[in-house]
Design a protein. Structure first.
Lengths: 251, 281
């Protein structure tokens, strides 16, 4: 089973080309915009008013897109290769663990090296500095990395990697499950429920509190271990739904 | 091995499969023959557990087949199914890595035999080559039941002949139940042993190829001589040209008078008459 699961993960990671292509385009587009901003800054001698998105943070896009394309495209081809649904279940889970781990590791390395180097120049500030003093944005660019935005850096390097991994893993698993049910009536019901939660919960104060509570658990919780455990347990519960979903999936 | 009991499959108001009962107990190459839209694909998907029956029950090796309980013993390859865009050799190796009893030697030999370049990527192959690759993967799988839906789609005459060879060699290497759906009867007749004719969601006939050779024939002659002979015979179709009539019979042989010619009915004619054999006279 282990070899088959690994083969499935390998197929998923090497045959999901569109997410890599989109990631490449986004990075290229971001790079062009950043170069233009740098040129304007150097020529005019002034900076400010906008933010630079950390390049490694774009890897999050890869995780999200892979979680859409793996169930939508790869499953059918996987079955055509004679693969069993059980193998796809564990293989896809392994793919998301690898993707979330790699994205989290690379983003963390960038956050502590390249992002820090950029912030050390006179034109840039970090998210935390802007939160303390929003006026800094008038004459600085903000270096935006989700690690700092979500406050994960407060718990040290190890927890930065693990907290980010747990959140990305939950995100991938949830998107995978959501994509997998789109061809069923309950997928449409789920769409309506999510749209209703966003539109109804946000304007109504008590419901908004529930939404805030939820995001506090999966992202902003001050206790890193709690946030990690919450994300992993929730991810396991959501992913378990894929067993009956894929067992009944028509190719 | 396979038992289909009074199975009906409805899509909204359309009945795709109508109270079908079928039993396949022996290994062999079976041909599921029917016109486009006759219900071949639906029946195959039901057998593989990719669809659930509206009514009735299907069992394979005594185990009930449902979408939530797909049989491991059944491999189903749908018409025009796609593979990952990997090199041919990688596709074969990956299939071997994913399956418990994949016959890698057989698959590699067939790739060589049918001149599928191992270094070519899947998308670089012609439609026929793509189908051939998928068929090789299916046949190298040692499942007890293999269902191939329109496997010769996109094949030229030479490839169709090669496909028949592939089918025979696979069956000789691993005797099991091979069910092939098609509407090209003359091609498949060279290798198949049993014919299952389906029309409008109903099984019209389940018969051995030899049985057709023996029981299907055409009586041609003057209408006033032929017509009385037809009484009591199973006439499946009739063609009239002026005062001459050609009646297609499936059943016991009769000894007609000399003015009536008895000819062997081709499988193609037999099929046409079975599923669309209205008289034109």
């Amino acid at each position: 089973m282990g070899k088959k699961v690994w083969t499935t993960a390998k197929i998923n990671l090497t045959n999901t080309k569109i997410p890599y292509l989109v990631l490449g385009c986004i990075i290229a587009y971001g790079l062009v915009l950043d170069v233009i901003s740098v040129i304007i800054t150097v020529v005019s001698g002034t900076a400010g008013g906008s933010f630079f998105f950390s390049f490694a943070a774009y890897l999050w896009v890869l995780v999200i897109l892979a979680a859409i394309f793996i169930p939508a495209i790869n499953f059918r081809r996987f079955v055509n290769l004679g693969g069993k649904r059980e193998t796809f279940f564990w293989g896809s889970l392994t793919s998301y663990a690898i993707l979330a781990g790699a994205a989290s590791l690379v983003n963390t390395i960038f956050f502590y090296t390249i992002d820090r180097l950029i912030i050390s120049t006179e034109y840039f500030v970090g998210v935390e500095a802007v939160m303390r003093d929003p006026a800094l944005m008038d004459n600085h660019y903000m270096m935006l990395n989700m690690i700092e935005l979500f406050g994960w850096h407060e718990h040290g390097v190890f927890f930065v990697i693990v907290q980010q991994f747990a959140f990305l893993f939950l995100l991938a698993v949830a998107i995978h499950t959501f994509t997998a049910i789109q061809d069923k009536w309950y997928g449409w019901v789920a769409d309506v429920v999510i749209a209703a939660i966003i539109s109804v919960f946000t304007p109504i104060a008590p419901l908004r509190t529930a939404l805030v509570w939820f995001f506090n658990q999966i992202i902003f919780h001050p206790n890193a271990l709690w946030q990690i455990s919450f994300c992993i347990i929730l991810a396991a519960a959501i992913y378990a739904l894929n067993k009956p979903i894929f067992a009944r999936k028509v190719i | 091995m396979i038992r289909v009991t009074n199975v009906t499959k409805k899509y909204a108001r359309t009945t795709a499969i109508d109270r079908v009962s079928l039993s396949v107990s022996d290994s062999g190459i079976y041909c599921l023959l029917g016109r486009n839209g006759a219900g071949k694909t639906t029946l195959m998907k039901l057998l593989a557990g990719h669809l659930s029956a509206t009514e009735g029950q299907i069992t394979v090796e005594g185990k009930r087949v449902l979408p939530s309980r797909m049989p491991d013993d059944v491999t189903y390859i749908e018409s025009g199914s796609k593979q990952f865009n990997m090199k041919v050799s990688q596709v074969i190796d990956t299939a071997a890595a994913l399956q418990d009893s994949f016959d890698l030697d057989f698959a590699q030999e067939m790739v060589k035999r049918f001149e599928l370049s191992p270094t070519k990527k899947y998308k670089q192959l012609s439609l026929g080559m793509k189908t051939m690759l998928t068929t090789i993967i299916a046949l190298a799988n040692n499942s007890k039941v293999i269902l191939l839906d329109e496997p010769t789609l996109g094949f030229d005459a030479i490839m169709r002949a090669q496909f028949n060879t592939l089918l025979m060699e696979s069956y000789q290497a691993h005797p099991r139940v091979l069910i092939i759906s098609t509407h090209l009867i003359d091609e498949i007749a060279k290798v198949t042993e049993q014919l299952i004719i389906i029309d409008n969601g109903k099984i019209m006939l389940e018969v051995g190829i030899d049985d057709i050779d023996e029981k299907a024939y055409t009586l041609s002659g003057p209408a006033n001589v032929v017509e009385p002979i037809l009484e009591g015979l199973n006439c499946i179709g009739k063609t009239t040209a002026g005062s001459v009539v050609a009646a297609h019979i499936y059943g016991e042989r009769v000894a007609p008078p000399e003015s009536v010619a008895v000819d062997r009915m081709s499988l193609q004619d037999f099929f046409i008459n079975m599923v669309g054999g209205e008289s034109n006279g």
